[in-house]
Design a protein around this ligand. Structure first.
Ligand code: ATP
Ligand code: LTN
Length: 340
């Protein structure tokens, strides 16, 4: 008998990214690159978290443009292959429906403990809305609605993932098996890439200082300039050590782009100054991003096929999302309408 006929079903992977700005090399190394690496071995759902972006009240035309661009970027990363689905969160309304149900199974205290809520309510003190507070239950809905086994994310999202798992287990405990409890997938290298200007802060796409972050659409010139101006130290020695936050961060980025170990980098740059290392780093980042940037430009020149891909993604995602939502609705006792 053909052994593939009895093999276990493929595990599911899900992750989303907010279209708040162009992703940085931090988002790329910490998350997107792992999405691409998992795209062949799992059934993957990857999406643009446009509903989450509403929590910081973006400019409407900018949100529309950035959502389209982010969708094109996900396609340019080659994520839509095999059975994988690439979609936009708001195109699948079931996320909101399940979110409401999960909100009723999440305690106020649990949401109040989230460090992202505390950070964002401090940085957007004039707009601490309920969406910012219930952000993690929508994220839980995103994950649980696809019965995801693994969620590739950077280290900053670990707490949200743990809450999603707690919500799934609580619901399953009350109503019997309904949701798969998800596990985070956090890469060993680069799960927290730091700002080039302040290596004690994570690199962030909403950093007001443009020199702090390399965007994945930056031109070679911009990448060289940003690498050259990265903060290091006065020791002029390329090695990984406590207290050398700037150099450690650059070595992490270099290692992620070239696959070289820290030992190999230290050997190759022994006796050389930071200037040489920064130029080699810029070259490595430029080469890593080149194929992606070319494909992105090609896709953005064809808006009709982007719209078509988004419609197909929404249809495929909704098929899976409807199944879980109906199951959860039945379990909690909602009277299900029969619609033709
Ligand atoms: P914002 O600055 O708009 O809050 P962000 O840069 O933190 O955004 P998100 O959209 O929140 O980016 O995150 C997308 C993915 O990138 C998430 O999986 C997140 O964990 C990961 N990520 C974000 N910043 C970093 C970083 N500095 N290093 C590694 N991974 C990161
Ligand atoms: N909260 C995440 C984005 C996000 C997400 C998700 C990530 C929204 N829904 C589901 C993984 C799974 C962030 O800010 N990076």
């Amino acid at each position: 008998m053909d052994s593939s006929a009895i093999s276990a079903p493929r595990k599911r992977v899900l992750s989303l990214i907010q279209p708040t700005s162009v992703p940085t090399i931090g988002n790329y190394i910490g998350a997107l690159r792992n999405w691409a690496a998992m795209a062949d071995d799992y059934d993957c759902f990857y999406g643009v978290a446009d509903l989450h972006a509403l929590t910081i009240r973006p400019d409407p035309p900018a949100l529309r443009r950035q959502s389209t661009e982010m969708f094109a970027m996900l396609l340019a990363l080659g994520l839509r292959r095999g059975n994988n689905v690439v979609f936009v969160q708001s195109h699948v309304p079931e996320h909101c429906q399940l979110n409401w149900i999960l909100t009723c199974y999440t305690q106020f205290g649990e949401a109040a403990r989230m460090t992202q809520f505390k950070d964002k309510s401090a940085s957007h003190a004039d707009n601490v809305n309920l969406g910012l507070f219930s952000y993690p239950t929508l994220m839980a809905a995103d994950i649980l609605i696809y019965q995801a086994d693994y969620v590739p994310i950077g280290a900053d999202q670990k707490q949200h993932l743990e809450l999603s798992r707690d919500i799934a287990e609580r619901f399953n405990g009350i109503y019997g098996p309904t949701f798969t409890a998800p596990e985070p997938y956090i890469g060993k290298i680069g799960s927290r890439v730091m700002s080039l200007q302040d290596p004690t802060k994570k690199m962030s796409k909403s950093d007001p200082n443009p020199k702090g972050a390399i965007s994945i659409l930056d031109s070679p010139d911009q990448i060289v300039k940003k690498c050259k101006s990265a903060v290091t130290d006065s020791e002029a020695s390329v090695h990984y050590a406590e207290g050398k936050d700037g150099v450690n961060n650059l070595m992490t980025i270099f290692s992620a782009c070239t696959g070289q170990t820290f030992e190999r980098i230290e050997r190759d740059f022994a006796g050389k100054g930071y200037g040489d290392f920064k130029l080699a780093l810029a070259e490595a980042v430029i080469e890593e991003l080149r194929p992606f940037q070319e494909e992105y430009r090609r896709l953005m020149a064809d808006p009709a096929s982007l719209r078509q891909a988004a419609a197909e993604g929404a249809e495929a995602a909704a098929r899976a999302a409807r199944r879980t939502t109906a199951k959860a609705m039945k379990k909690v006792g909602l009277w299900m309408a029969e619609r033709g």
